[in-house]
Design a protein. Structure first.
Lengths: 426, 506
């Protein structure tokens, strides 16, 4: 079907300002991705999948400038022994980064893949993104596959001793960054990936993660505090038998954030947990869009999303569990909750289930409301001042999402961030 | 059921059980009445719209209203977002108007009504008292009714064939008649309210209905009146290749109360038939309306052949403060269902409730749910939806709960449960939740599960066969909704649950 004219014009306007990188062996994947973008068109206001989030500023050829924010907080994950990979405005910074060699893992830059002719990388680049275009289209991810110039290819073959930390720094007020990472976790291997920082004024990130049978991947992300930045991120994950994927995202501020997680459980007994905590104030729009497909027996998936909103902030949750025919014994759980601290904020949710197998236990819940007066009264009657009591209840509300992080020290780092936000706001 | 006819009945099973199972095994209402019909030419266009209007002896403003709707309809496209698949409908290959020939001259009394028609209603099990009236027996109106009284408006294909208890209702000031009669007799009410809840251009099917609706029911309950009996409309599609487009308008004026029941059946045919109805309910201050539906249109055979395509727009507007509306639906029929009875909670402290059981078996597809739009302060809504999917059927709950910024201190509770019987069917949930103030609370829960093996084992152990056991468990699963139905409907619905799942196990 031909695209509506408005959409086609918008898409071509964006594409005309871009050129495909001459990227050797990923060239074919990039050309395919470009064809996909042309076929789907970039998202528009009338798209059902963008019902609650306006994609205009993510799509337009021009970047809305965003001030670089100077934080006085200690750097995220600073106390951890980790392998640092730094990108400034979406470009790899070798000086700021650590030596990329570590036992149990091979790390290459995307632009090196073609020269080195790395098999696994060629077989993954753009592949999971293309798979993730069905049944819902994600044109911004295809745009990323086609045009991203930087990123890393991480091949995990053992159990590296340190987490791999991707650090995104924001340098220029008009930066428009695209990063594409691919990660392959081999059978029995285990790795922790950390991500933090605001990246750029406009950031489009795509991550393709392939976890082989028995592999384990932990992912903890903190999206930077820059208030004016805009970001659209996609994570495409394919899970083999008995593999484990656990992802947690913290978002404090950002004028527009759209985080998409597309997870496919293709091997029996696989486990996927996707969680997020976001706290937003004022001109803040945060969108978590999750699509989990169960295509094997006895798999487990969990989605836990918590949002605290105030001063007109908007929180969006679109989550879906698709259980394909034959994916028996599936255990699917999804919860999305919002705490609205005042009357101007809003929460928009679309928690979906699509189920084609009978022997499953799937449930979802979604709630929205203010701080519980009874709980507040309880605390106050015991001498806790109202501000402190509110903060305490807010943290308790977010705890269920934070608890999804297995590493306790990482979790406490996240809680520190949340406490910082509450302290600034109260 | 042929299989059952051939099986040797085991010793110890009494004949009554066998007969009962045999009876419920088939679509009971699948026969058709051989009656002489008068059709308008096939297809739809301004001429047909004018013809329908003319047949109903409508005033000019009504004809214009219809034509404007038709004009709008020609410009809009059929919606494709629902999770239902069906072959392209050729809207020009349908009859838009069919009525029994005996109705050509409006019968002065009901005994002029074709006896075959009355026999049809007898077969459908419409209570005897009404039959006497439909048959025009002298003094029937005065005769004491057996048990609880229910006034019935019967719609056969495109026209209303008779309304019972009209005199008694009149005494109470309640107007209950066919919509065509209301357009003639009470134009001021119809003009004021028609299209005020479901606007002409609301959606594709509602717009088509606005252009070609042929009949339906009209209810007006004056201020402060508690309607003395339950009102009921019985819809029957009989003619082949005929679309039924009925329009129902219910107005509950200040402080009034009415309970309204709707039932539908259709003959068993190979070709799919179209049904696109619109129901509008206006609830004024302190008024309450209960609307219960048992939808049992022909669902198609076990191979997915035939059946009714049911595209219905139902909406209630709680305009006044403290008004209340309750939708209860049992959806067991139709090949394709597309139906979202909604509540606009405009008045402060108004309440909307939605209780639904949707059962799909064989190749049936249902995409149904509700919309609760909270506009007024302190408004409350409750949604309980039970979807049961068996065979190769697809069952979707699609709903919206919207709390507008001004709807302070409002409350919603939603519970949608799905039950899957067999591994070839699907159950889906697509809720939209929009909360735009913080004093309101919204809770949504959904679960999907299969019939519990332990429960089945327990029932089997006590001598029930598998089908009976499943029916019992499913009835338990639906309990919350069945309890919300008026007595007569609850009994019928319970039996329907068993019938609809016939052949789904084993």
């Amino acid at each position: 079907m031909a695209l509506p004219e408005v959409k086609q014009t918008a898409t071509e306007a964006r594409l005309s300002a871009m050129s495909l990188p001459d990227a050797g062996c990923t060239r074919a994947a990039r050309e395919d991705a470009l064809a996909r973008v042309r076929e789907m068109g970039l998202p528009g206001r009338r798209d059902e999948y963008w019902k609650y989030t306006r994609p205009d500023t993510l799509v337009s050829p021009d970047v809305t400038p965003a001030e670089v924010f100077a934080s006085d907080e200690p750097v995220m994950f600073d106390g951890f022994d980790r392998l640092k990979i730094v990108f400034v405005d979406g470009v790899f910074d070798a000086d700021a980064s650590d030596d990329l060699s570590m036992e149990g893992v091979t790390i290459d830059r995307i632009e090196d893949i073609c020269c080195k002719d790395i098999h696994w990388a060629k077989e993954l680049y753009g592949v999971l993104e293309a798979r993730g275009q069905q049944p819902v289209q994600r044109p911004l991810a295809a745009l990323n596959t086609a045009f991203a110039r930087d990123g890393v290819a991480i091949h995990v073959t053992g159990k590296p001793s340190r987490p791999i930390s991707l650090i995104y720094r924001h340098g220029s007020e008009t930066s428009d960054a695209m990063l594409h990472h691919i990660i392959r976790v081999e059978s029995g291997a285990e790795v922790t990936i950390l991500e933090n920082g605001p990246a750029a004024s406009r950031f489009n990130k795509c991550m393709e993660i392939d976890v082989a049978d028995g592999g384990v991947l932990h992912h903890v992300r903190a999206q930077g505090r820059d208030h004016q930045r805009r970001a659209a991120t996609h994570m495409f994950t394919r899970l083999g038998a008995a593999s484990v994927y656990k992802s947690f995202t913290l978002t404090v501020n950002g004028v527009l954030t759209r985080n998409e997680q597309v997870v496919e459980l293709t091997g029996d007994d696989a486990v996927a947990h996707v969680a997020g905590a976001c706290v937003g104030d004022g001109d803040f729009h945060h969108d978590d869009t999750v699509f989990i497909t169960h295509d094997a027996v006895n798999c487990e998936s969990r989605q836990v999303f918590k949002k605290v909103l105030r001063n007109g902030a908007t929180g969006v949750f679109q989550g879906k569990i698709l259980v394909k025919a034959g994916a028996q014994k599936t255990d699917g759980y999804q919860i999305s909750q919002s705490l609205l601290l005042d009357d101007d904020s809003q929460f928009l949710a679309k928690p979906e289930l699509e189920i084609y197998a009978d022997d499953v236990a799937c449930s979802h819940g979604s709630t929205s409301g203010a701080i519980d007066d009874t709980a507040l009264f309880y605390l106050r009657s015991r001498g806790v001042p109202v501000k402190e009591a509110t903060n305490m209840l807010t943290l308790a509300f977010l705890a269920e999402a934070v608890d999804e992080i297995e590493d306790q020290s990482l979790a406490s780092d996240i809680v520190t961030r949340l406490e910082g936000w509450l302290a600034r706001r109260s | 059921m042929a299989a059952l006819d051939q099986t040797q009945v085991k010793e110890g099973v009494d004949q009554e059980t066998v007969d009962a199972v045999r009876e419920v095994g088939t679509y009971k209402y699948g026969w058709d009445t051989d009656i002489e019909m008068e059709y308008a030419p096939k297809g739809v266009g301004p001429d047909i719209v004018r013809l329908i209007s003319e047949k109903n002896e409508e005033p000019e403003w009504m004809t214009e209203w219809r034509l404007a709707a038709f004009d709008r309809w020609s410009q809009i496209e059929e919606p494709k977002w629902a999770m239902v698949n069906y072959p392209e409908i050729d809207f020009q290959d349908q009859y838009y108007y069919a009525r029994p020939k005996s109705m050509e001259e409006k019968p002065k009394s009901l005994d002029e009504v074709d006896p075959k028609l009355l026999a049809t209603y007898e077969k459908l099990g419409i209570p005897l008292k009404e039959q006497m009236i439909l048959a025009g027996v002298d003094g029937a109106e005065e005769a004491p009714a057996e048990g609880r009284k229910v006034a019935v408006d019967a719609v056969f294909d495109s026209v209303s064939v008779g309304t019972t208890f009209q005199a008694e209702l009149k005494k109470a000031g309640v107007i209950f008649c066919s919509i065509s009669e209301a357009i003639r007799e009470h134009p001021e009410l119809v003009r004021k309210y028609l299209g005020s809840v479901v606007p002409v251009s609301d959606n594709f099917y509602a717009t088509l209905n606005s252009a070609v609706f042929s009949d339906g029911s009209f209810v007006y309950v004056p201020p402060g009146v508690r309607c003395p009996m339950e009102l009921s409309t019985y819809f029957r599609i009989n003619a082949e290749n005929t679309g039924q487009f009925e329009r129902t308008l219910i107005i509950a004026d200040k402080g009034s109360y009415v309970s309204y029941l709707e039932g539908c059946t259709a003959p068993q045919r190979d070709t799919a038939q179209l049904h696109a109805a619109v129901v509008e309910i206006i609830v004024e201050e302190d008024a309450e309306v209960k609307y219960s539906t048992v939808q049992n249109w022909f669902p198609g055979d076990e191979n997915g052949k035939g059946g009714i395509y049911n595209f219905v727009t139902k909406r209630a507007d709680c305009r006044g403060d403290r008004s209340k509306v309750m939708w209860t639906q049992v959806e067991t029929g139709s090949a394709v269902t597309w139906k979202y009875p909604s509540c606009i909670l405009r008045g402060n402290e108004s309440q909307g409730e939605f209780y639904s059981i949707a059962i799909t078996n064989n190749y049936q597809q249902a995409d149904t749910g509700t919309k609760m739009v909270h506009l007024g302060k302190n408004t409350k809504s409750r949604i309980v939806s039970k979807g049961i999917s068996a065979g190769k059927a697809q069952n979707t709950y699609r709903g919206l709960v919207s709390m507008h910024p001004k709807a302070k201190d409002s409350r919603n509770y939603t519970q949608c449960d799905s039950l899957l019987i067999g591994d070839k069917c699907g159950a889906h949930t697509v809720p939209y939740i929009e909360v735009k103030n913080n004093s309101s609370r919204v809770e949504h829960e959904a679960t999907t599960s299969k019939v519990d093996d332990d429960q089945l084992f327990y029932c089997r152990q006590r001598g029930m066969d598998e089908e009976e056991a499943v029916a019992l468990v499913v009835n338990g699963f639906c309990k919350d909704v069945l309890q919300a139905l008026p007595m007569e409907f609850a009994m019928e619905a319970q039996q329907l649950v068993a019938i609809s799942l016939e052949g789904s196990v084993g």
